[in-house]
Every structure is written in structure tokens, then in C-alpha cells.
Design a protein around this ligand. Structure first.
Ligand SMILES: Cc1ncc(COP(=O)(O)O)c(C=O)c1O
Length: 508
């Protein structure tokens, strides 16, 4: 008896698979000429895409006969509603690099259909992940403790937001255990406090909300926002003062999130001074009146700029990282590995596993019970997990460390070029220190013309820019962000983009 479920046959899959690869290849060949953001150009309004699809799911199977119409729907209904993140002229947000080797690995991961929640549910999924994360730890020169051969190790999370939330939860658990172990009177009802700079990504505040440490983004019962200096870097002296004030009030500082490459301007927080501010460099408790007080967990959010560490000349950014408890960065931003792929490293895996592990009877197995294997479900919030290591492995095999360094270095060179052009045109000024591939600039004429310049360019569809607001001695100023990091962006694109920017400024 044949299956009542109308599956695609392997032969049909072969044929349709070739067509799909062709569709993707053609898309990439056409990217340069596509208007980048249909929302900004006005080509697409709210609800337009949804209205193109029926209100109800198909009842009868379309099967492979319907496949041609499905492909037509992709071209006619889906494509017009895409923002072309892979365009070489996408400069708006931090990039979201895709590459052909990573795409093929994604296909393979889907085809193999693994679910690697435990070592035993897919030893290859687990052990290849451990291996490539150790490779990346070496390539980025992360502290040896953050490797599986040390006391910690790395795991692939979906996003930096997930990593930061996980670090925060592990930090709270570690602090709670330390209070109890020390018979600290605060253990019964600890008032935990956490710290990050005013320039940190919103995911830190969101993590506090999810973890029950903030009722709203404005709630400061547990969360402290640390001032920044004129280069948007966390002020370690202010951090130390905030921690001291909380300790003096009997609260428990448990978590500090520093940023390597802030979203607004890619400012690099001084990790070594952050650690010093928490008294970690001397290995002492931050509370002189209470030597058993737990030391805050130090997390480094390097979601975007972490990619720079693959180049030795940028490793100054990580000075002080050896005092940190965790670090995360996204190869899915600027390192050619398709979304989603965040690498989350911890210096002490025990602290993470203690916080995240729960073993119902149905997940018990001999390998886990023997303690000889990593069960990555204990390193993350979800239980199930995809075979994401494949795409990172393919990227490393295809590009090699040299290829990845060339990618990062070229974009930084292009950002330096843009910076030079801005300096040479008296209508423009640089608005923030450039640390890697993000150039922040504005028109000297002021906020309103700067905003109009960006809106005009984005509405034209040739390129896509974004903005931020920066505190200056004259108050908050509107600043254009140009992040040069798309997979295929080359010098000719950046030259063309600058010509468009100048032309639009002429027309204001
Ligand atoms: C510094 C920083 N942290 C965190 C994030 C959030 O990244 P994700 O989408 O991986 O959660 C971003 C996004 O751009 C970021 O720039």
C-alpha cells in the first residue's frame, strides 16, 4: 500500500532542488540592480504582502504539479516584499552575511534532519560543534578557559540576544549559590543588580525583562545604565561607583554586560577597566565589608565587532577579556555564515550547566549519566537544536581563516576610504570615532538636512542607510550610519555610494 501522505519523491526533489538553486543563483546575480528596501521606497505598504495570499491554508494537496505556481508566487508575491540585505549597497544595519558555502550547508543540515539536543541524539551534531567552536576560539584568540579543553567552551545559539539572556540567567544562579554557600544573610531575598552602558544593545534590557528583573524597559529596580565617555565607551569609574552604591545598600551586583562594538557607533568598551572596576583583576570580592560577596559575572557582547578578532591587529579590542565569564559574537553578521549563528562562550561551563540543566526521566541516557559528553540542551534555553555547526564548518573550509581575514580587512579598508572622503568634503563631518567598518557622519548643516539626506537616499532605493541619535555637548544629534560589510560589497560599490550621497546632498 502506498503512503496516504503525498510526499515528494527523491527524483522530484532532485529536479525541484536544481530549480531552487538556480533561483537563488539568479537572485544573487540580480542583487546589485534591485531597489533595496521596498518599505523605504514606498513600493510596499503594510498588509500588501499578506493580501497577496489567500486567507486560508490550502485544503487539497498541490503536490509537485503545483510547484510551478509556487515558484511563480515566489517571484510575484514574495520577492517584491523583500528587503535586500545581501545587496552590496546595503549599509543600513550591521550586515547579515550569507554565502554560497553556508547556504549549501543549510541545505545539508535540513536534508540530514538532525536534532542535536543531547549528545546521544546526534553525536556528530554535538562533536562537530565543539570542534568548530574551539577552532573559532583559537582564531579569535579567546581566553583558553573558553575552550572545551579548558574549564569552559562554546555553543551555537540563535542570536546574541539569546546568549545574553542565557549569560544573565547563569550569572544569577551562580550568585544565588554563592550567597547560600557563604550563609550570607542576603541569600533569603537577594536584591540583584545588573549593569550595562547607555549605548548597550536593547537586548540586554530585554533579557532583564525576560528574566523577571525589569517590568518595563524603563524599570530601574535592578538595572543600572552606566554613563559613556565622549567616544560612547562605558565609563568604568561610573560603573564602579554604581556597584559600590548598590553594595552599600545591601544589594547584590551580579551581572555586567560590556560591549565590544556598540550598535550605534561600534564603540569598544574598555574590558580591562571594566574588570578592574569590579575588582576582578585582583581576584577579590567587590565588597570590602563582605569578602564572601559574589563577584559579578562579566559578559562581553561582541555581536558584530567580534569578527574583527580574527585579525591580530584588532585584538586590542579584547584586552581584559580573560577576566570575563562569557563572550558572544555573531558569524551571521559579518563572517559569511548564514543567519542564524551566534557563538556563545563561557569560561566555566559548570556554572552555565548548573543554571540550565534539568533532566526528566525520558531524557536520561547512559552517555549523559556517565558525564563524558556535552549535552548542548544544557547550554541554552530551548531543548531542541539544529545542526548549525555544518554551516560554520563549510565557511571555515571554503574561505579558511585567511579568506575571512581578507573579508574583514577589505571592509575596514573601504570604511577608511569613506572616512577620508567625508573629511575632504566640507559639507560633511564625522560624528563618531570609527573602530572598524561603521562610518557615522552627518551634514554640518544640522539634523533636519541630515535626516532629509538619508530619507532621500533610502527612498531612491539605490542604497540603504540607517541612523542613530548621539549625545553631544550641543544635545542629541541625528547621525547617519553606514556599515560596510555585505558579502559582495567592493570598492566600486562604495565609490558609487559616495557619489550618490554627494549628489543627494547637492540636491537638498
Ligand atoms: C552589539 C549588539 N548586540 C546584540 C545585538 C542583537 O543581535 P541578535 O539579533 O543576534 O540578537 C546586536 C544587533 O545588531 C548588536 O549590534
Amino acid at each position: 500500500m502506498t503512503s496516504p501522505t503525498p510526499h515528494m519523491t527523491p527524483d522530484e526533489f532532485r529536479q525541484r532542488g536544481r530549480e531552487m538553486v538556480e533561483l537563488v543563483a539568479r537572485y544573487w546575480e540580480s542583487l546589485e540592480s534591485l531597489p533595496i528596501n521596498p518599505a523605504a521606497t514606498g513600493a510596499i505598504g503594510a498588509g500588501d504582502v499578506a493580501r497577496a495570499f489567500p486567507a486560508h491554508a490550502p485544503e487539497s494537496p498541490g503536490g509537485t504539479h503545483d510547484w510551478d505556481r509556487l515558484l511563480a508566487d515566489i517571484t510575484e508575491k514574495v520577492m517584491p516584499g523583500l528587503t535586500h540585505w545581501q545587496s552590496p549597497h546595503f549599509y543600513g544595519y550591521f550586515p547579515c552575511n550569507a554565502s554560497f558555502p553556508a547556504m549549501l550547508a543549510e541545505l545539508l543540515a535540513a536534508g540530514l534532519g538532525q536534532q542535536g539536543m543531547l549528545w546521544s541524539t546526534s553525536p556528530a551534531c554535538t562533536e562537530l560543534e565543539t570542534r568548530v567552536l574551539d577552532w573559532m576560539g583559537q582564531l579569535l584568540d579567546l581566553p583558553p578557559a573558553m575552550r572545551s579543553t579548558g574549564t569552559g567552551g562554546g555553543v551555537i545559539h540563535t542570536t546574541a540576544s539569546e546568549a545574553t539572556l542565557t549569560a544573565m540567567v547563569a550569572a544569577r544562579d551562580r550568585a544565588r549559590r554563592a550567597l547560600r554557600a557563604a550563609n550570607d544573610p542576603r541569600a533569603a531575598a537577594p536584591h540583584f543588580t545588573l549593569y550595562t552602558s547607555t549605548q548597550a544593545h536593547s537586548s540586554v534590557i530585554k533579557a532583564a525583562m525576560v528574566a523577571g528583573l525589569a517590568d518595563s524597559p524603563e524599570d530601574r529596580t535592578h538595572l543600572r545604565l552606566v554613563d559613556v565617555d565622549s567616544n560612547q565607551r562605558l565609563d568604568p569609574a561610573h560603573l564602579a561607583r554604581l556597584i559600590n552604591d548598590d553594595l552599600n545598600a545591601g544589594r547584590v551586583p551580579f551581572f555586567v554586560s560590556a560591549t565590544m562594538g556598540t550598535t550605534g557607533t561600534t564603540a569598544i568598551d574598555p574590558l580591562d577597566q571594566v574588570a578592574q572596576g569590579c575588582s576582578l583583576s585582583s581576584g577579590r570580592s567587590p565588597d570590602p565589608n563582605n569578602p564572601t560577596s559574589p563577584i559579578p559575572w562579566l559578559h562581553c557582547d561582541a555581536a558584530h565587532a567580534g569578527a574583527c578578532l580574527i585579525c591580530p591587529e584588532h585584538r586590542w579590542m579584547a584586552r581584559g577579556l580573560s577576566a570575563f565569564d562569557s563572550f558572544c559574537f555573531n558569524p551571521h553578521k559579518w563572517l559569511l555564515t548564514n543567519f542564524d549563528c551566534d557563538l556563545f562562550y563561557v569560561a566555566d561551563r559548570r556554572a552555565l550547566i548548573d543554571a540550565m540543566s534539568i533532566t526528566p526521566e525520558y531524557l536520561r541516557n547512559a552517555a549523559s549519566d556517565a558525564g563524558k559528553v556535552f549535552d548542548y540542551r544544557d547550554w541554552q534555553v530551548p531543548l531542541g537544536r539544529r545542526f548549525r555547526a555544518l554551516k560554520l564548518w563549510f565557511v571555515l573550509r571554503h574561505y579558511g581563516a585567511e579568506g575571512l581575514r581578507a573579508h574583514v580587512r577589505e571592509h575596514i579598508r573601504l570604511a577608511t576610504l569613506v572616512e577620508t572622503w567625508i573629511r575632504e568634503d566640507s559639507r560633511f563631518e564625522l560624528a563618531a570615532e570609527r573602530t572598524c567598518n561603521l562610518v557615522c557622519f552627518r551634514l554640518r548643516a544640522g539634523d533636519e538636512p541630515t535626516r532629509r539626506l538619508m530619507d532621500t537616499l533610502n527612498a531612491g532605493g539605490n542604497l540603504f542607510l540607517s541612523h542613530t541619535a548621539l549625545d553631544t555637548p550641543e544635545g542629541k544629534r541625528f547621525v547617519i550610519r553606514m556599515a560596510i560589510g555585505a558579502t559582495t560589497t567592493q570598492e566600486r560599490h562604495v565609490r558609487q555610494a559616495w557619489a550618490w550621497i554627494r549628489e543627494a546632498a547637492d540636491g537638498l
